[in-house]
Ligand binder design. Structure first.
Ligand code: ADP
Length: 444
C-alpha cells in the first residue's frame, strides 16, 4: 500500500496548529504498519527542510513555487488562491517526476482540495488506480475564492475544470465533492457535521457522500509529547514521579513568567490560536473576577488582533502576580505550560478533535473543556477532566469552581490526574482505522 499525504504544514518542519501535528505523526505510525508513506508539502523559503520525518523512514518531498516565498501574513486571497492551486498541480507533477503512483493520495484541509477535482475532471493514465481521501481538520476554513484570482500563468489551466458560470470556488467543497472518501478527526465531530450542528453550510454536501464519510479520532505523538523525556521542560516526570515533577515545573514556570512562586496556588493554562473558535470570548469576561480568587492563569496565543488587544491589557505590573499573557507562537513555552499547569482551559465553541486536551492529560494537567467535537470523545466528565454542555461563560465558571473545589481535596485531585495520565491516545489505534479505510477505498 502506497500512500502520499499532502498538506500545507507538517511538524516539526512547519506548524501553525494541530494539522501540523497530525501530518507530522500519522504517516510515521502508518509506516510502522507497512504502509509506504510519504509526505508532500510546500517548500516554503523560511523552513528548515528535513529529508525525513524525525525518527522514521517517512520521506518528505518539497515542491517549489514562487508563491511559497511569500509569507502572506494577512491571508490575501489573491495570493492564497493561486498559491494552493499551483500546489495541487505541483504535487501531481512531483509524483510523476518521481514515478510514484500512489494507491491513495490523502489530502488534508482546503489547501489540497483541488487535487481530487483535478484527478476526477482531468483523468491522467498515470493516476488511473489512485484514489483520493480528504480529511477535514477544520470545516470553517473552506478556501473560498473568486475564480478570477486563478487567472495566472501557473494556474490558468484549472479554469477549464470549473463550470462556465462559476464565479467563486471553495477548495474544500471541491475536495469533498470529488474525493473518493471524506474523513474528519473525531467521531463526535462527524456527527456534528452530518446533523448540521457544526457544518458551516456543508451538511447536504456531506450527506451526499452516503457512507463515504467517517470520523477517526486523532492520536498524539508520544515521542514529542511525553513528560518522561521532553527536553523542553524543566524536570522530566512520569506517573510515579508526577508530584515532585509538576511542582518543579510549576515553580520554574511561575518564576519565568513573574507569577507568585507557590505550589499551593492552582495554575490554569490556556494555549490556542486566538480565533473565535477557541472560546477566548468566554474566558475574557471571567478574568477580572479571577483576580480575587486564589488561582493563576497563563495564556499563550496568537491570532485575531481583537483578542490579542484584549489580552494585552493583562500584561501590566498590577496583574503580574496572578496572570501571565504571552502573545505569539512559542513551541517551547507551550511544553512548559503543559508541564507546569494544574488545569487546562479549552472553552472552544467547536473543536473538530483538539490536541491540547490530550497533551494536557499526558502532562498531568486536567482539561476543563466544552462538550464539543473531539473534546467530548476524549475527556470523561469528572474522571479525567471537566466538560460543560452549554458553551457559555457561566458553565465554564461553574467547572472552574468545581476544579478549585477538587484542588482542595488533594487525594481526589491526585486520583483524577493519575487517571488522566493513564489515558492512551497514541496513534496506533487510529492509524489502524486509517489502514482499514485505505483497504476499503482501494478495493472499491
Ligand atoms: P488547532 O489545530 O485548531 O489549532 P489543536 O488543539 O488541534 O488546535 O492543536 C493545537 C496545537 O498547536 C497544539 O500542539 C498546541 O500546543 C499548539 N499551539 C496552539 N497555539 C500555540 C501557540 N501560540 N504557541 C505554541 N503552540 C501553540
Amino acid at each position: 500500500m502506497k500512500v502520499v499525504h499532502v498538506a500545507f504544514e507538517c511538524a516539526p518542519i512547519y506548524k501553525t496548529g494541530g494539522l501540523g501535528d497530525v501530518v507530522g505523526s500519522l504517516p510515521k505510525e502508518l509506516h510502522k504498519l507497512d504502509v509506504a508513506t510519504t509526505v508532500v508539502m510546500p517548500g516554503y523559503k523560511w523552513i528548515k527542510r528535513l529529508p525525513k520525518l524525525p525518527d522514521s523512514q517517512v520521506e518528505v518531498f518539497y515542491v517549489e513555487s514562487k508563491y511559497f516565498d511569500v509569507y502572506n501574513k494577512r491571508h490575501d486571497p489573491r495570493i492564497s488562491a493561486p498559491k494552493y492551486a499551483h500546489f495541487a498541480f505541483l504535487v501531481l507533477e512531483e509524483l510523476k517526476r518521481r514515478q510514484i503512483t500512489p494507491d491513495i493520495i490523502h489530502c488534508h484541509d482546503w489547501h489540497t482540495g483541488l487535487i481530487p477535482l483535478i484527478l476526477k475532471k482531468h483523468p491522467d493514465a498515470f493516476f488511473e488506480k489512485t484514489k483520493t481521501i480528504i480529511t477535514i481538520h477544520n470545516i470553517s476554513y473552506q478556501g473560498k475564492f473568486l475564480v478570477t484570482y486563478l487567472d495566472t500563468p501557473e494556474t490558468r489551466q484549472i479554469l477549464s475544470l470549473f463550470d462556465g458560470h462559476q464565479k467563486r470556488v471553495s477548495y474544500l467543497k471541491e475536495g469533498i465533492r470529488y474525493a473518493d472518501y471524506v474523513t474528519t478527526v473525531s467521531p463526535n465531530h462527524a456527527r456534528e457535521i452530518r446533523t448540521g450542528k457544526v457544518s458551516f453550510g456543508f451538511k447536504t454536501l456531506i450527506r451526499g457522500k452516503r457512507g463515504r464519510f467517517i470520523g477517526i479520532l486523532n492520536g498524539l505523538d508520544y515521542t514529542v509529547w511525553n513528560p518522561r523525556h521532553d527536553r523542553l521542560i524543566t524536570q522530566n516526570f512520569t506517573r510515579n514521579s508526577v508530584w515532585s515533577g509538576k511542582i518543579e515545573n510549576k515553580r520554574r514556570l511561575q518564576h519565568e513568567l513573574g507569577l507568585e512562586e507557590s505550589a499551593d496556588i492552582p495554575l490554569f493554562g490556556f494555549i490556542a490560536r486566538l480565533s473565535s473558535q477557541k472560546g477566548i470570548d468566554l474566558l475574557l469576561p471571567l478574568l477580572d473576577a479571577a483576580a480575587k480568587k486564589r488561582l493563576q492563569v497563563v495564556i499563550l496565543g496568537k491570532g485575531e488582533r481583537v483578542y490579542e488587544k484584549e489580552l494585552k491589557k493583562y500584561q501590566t505590573a498590577e496583574h503580574r502576580t496572578w496572570i501571565a499573557v504571552k502573545i505569539g507562537f512559542d513551541e517551547k513555552l507551550a511544553h512548559r505550560i503543559y508541564a507546569g499547569s494544574d488545569f487546562f482551559l479549552i472553552p472552544s465553541h467547536y473543536e473538530p478533535c483538539g490536541l491540547t486536551q490530550m497533551i494536557a492529560m499526558a502532562y498531568g494537567s486536567l482539561p476543563i473543556a466544552s462538550a464539543v467535537g473531539g473534546l467530548k470523545d476524549s475527556i470523561a466528565e469528572g474522571k479525567t477532566g471537566y466538560i460543560f454542555e452549554k458553551v457559555t461563560s457561566e458553565e465554564l465558571l461553574e467547572k472552574i469552581h468545581l476544579a478549585l473545589h477538587l484542588w482542595e481535596d488533594k487525594a481526589a485531585y491526585r486520583q483524577m490526574v493519575e487517571r488522566a495520565m493513564r489515558k492512551d491516545f497514541s496513534w496506533k489505534r487510529s492509524a489502524r482505522k486509517y489502514l482499514r479505510l485505505y483497504r476499503r477505498v482501494t478495493q472499491t
